[in-house]
Design a protein around this ligand. Sequence first.
Ligand SMILES: *[C@@H]1O[C@H](CO)[C@@H](O)[C@H](O)[C@H]1NC(C)=O
Ligand SMILES: *[C@@H]1O[C@H](CO)[C@@H](O)[C@H](O)[C@H]1NC(C)=O
Ligand SMILES: *[C@@H]1O[C@H](CO)[C@@H](O)[C@H](O)[C@H]1NC(C)=O
Length: 400
Amino acid sequence: MPRGRPAFFILVIAVGLYFTFKYSQPQHVNPPLAARTPTSALKESSAQEAPEVPTTQHKDQFTRRIVAVGDLHGDLPNALKVLQMSGVISESGNWTGNVDFFVQTGDIIDRGDDTLQLYELMERLRVEAKAAGGTVLSNLGNHEFMNAIGDWRYVYQSEIKTFGSVADRQKMLTTGWVGRAWRQNYTLATRLPLHTSLGDPNTDYDPATSSLDLSHAAIAFMHGGLSPTYEDMTPFPSRINKIGHSLLARLQDQTQPPPHPPSPYPGLPHDTPPEERELYGTNGPLWYRGLALDEEADVCAVIDEILNKIGCRRVILGHTPDFEHVNSRCGGKVIIIDTGISHAYGGALSALSITYTLTPSGGQSEDAPWIEKEIVKAIYASHNDTLAINERTVYTRFRD
Ligand SMILES: *[C@@H]1O[C@H](CO)[C@@H](O)[C@H](O)[C@H]1NC(C)=O
Ligand SMILES: *[C@@H]1O[C@H](CO)[C@@H](O)[C@H](O)[C@H]1NC(C)=O
Ligand SMILES: *[C@@H]1O[C@H](CO)[C@@H](O)[C@H](O)[C@H]1NC(C)=O
């Protein structure tokens, strides 16, 4: 990722806001950022021209803690265990507030009986997190889509009983609260900025900002992976999410086909457009396994180009289990967090923890740098493993 050029993007925002609020004369108000090229933004904010920003603000350390959990497959007790051991929830099952973001990478459904309780847990935590200033980010996996399609090969009969009947289950996954939650509160891909100056979760990466120090200070999450030949990668993540939500609506809105088995595999509806077929294909973000299974050297040869396109430092995936540990590849640029948490697999209980800090270095002066540090750990029931520690100096002027 390009770096080394002093980045004043944040200063420009701060100065812009300062003058927007302080003066009403239009000549003092900076033009909207979107209307500028990065070069003009840099020029306009150079030390000589930029009006002085009040220096009363103290430079504090900035910390952001993220926990991600992979495939849960119908096992509530094990889901509660991983959320507890990673500090997301307390002994009593409530949001602790010790984590800023909890991300789940899909496949909550199938292979177990606790589907409804797991989705209920996610929606409760979403509300509790919000009230405490935290955020739950949920993604759909290939198994959520399989169920929406009517591909019920991994659905236990005992699980159908927890909904009532087949028809009750179909209703719940379409117009019921589970189906509505998928539509409203689940994405297919998440881009999570590590710093507030990059915007809210799922802000698209803007390639025009690529020269800024923190342009790629974000993490991508999705269920399967990104193939280097997948055509609808950008703008990331909105393109994937738009196609995915269109497919989900198409599946939920159709007359529900009788589930397979015993009925034949219904497949995607006839009017499904090519980009939605691609999304659900073996090369699409829900099913792709190449980043997890290809030779590591081959993955490392393509991952930088992918990360550059999507404006992220790492991509965190579920879908392809390793029953012993979280699988970190290419120095933590690809991390696969599906460890077969559900008793259906009897794998390892695990979670991923990312702690991001920006610490003022060299005093309180405007131009003093920051030490940026990202610590990535796998959390297990008995121990934790450090997967990556990345540290560097950045010269961005923060005013958050
Ligand atoms: C804790 O969770 C329980 C449900 O398990 C809920 O009834 C209660 O309101 C929660 N408490 C808080 C403080 O959110
Ligand atoms: C989606 O999440 C919000 C909280 O962010 C919650 O109020 C709402 O009920 C959820 N929607 C569904 C359908 O569960
Ligand atoms: C592993 O990390 C978790 C979450 O940060 C922490 O609560 C726990 O004490 C750590 N466990 C060990 C053995 O260090």
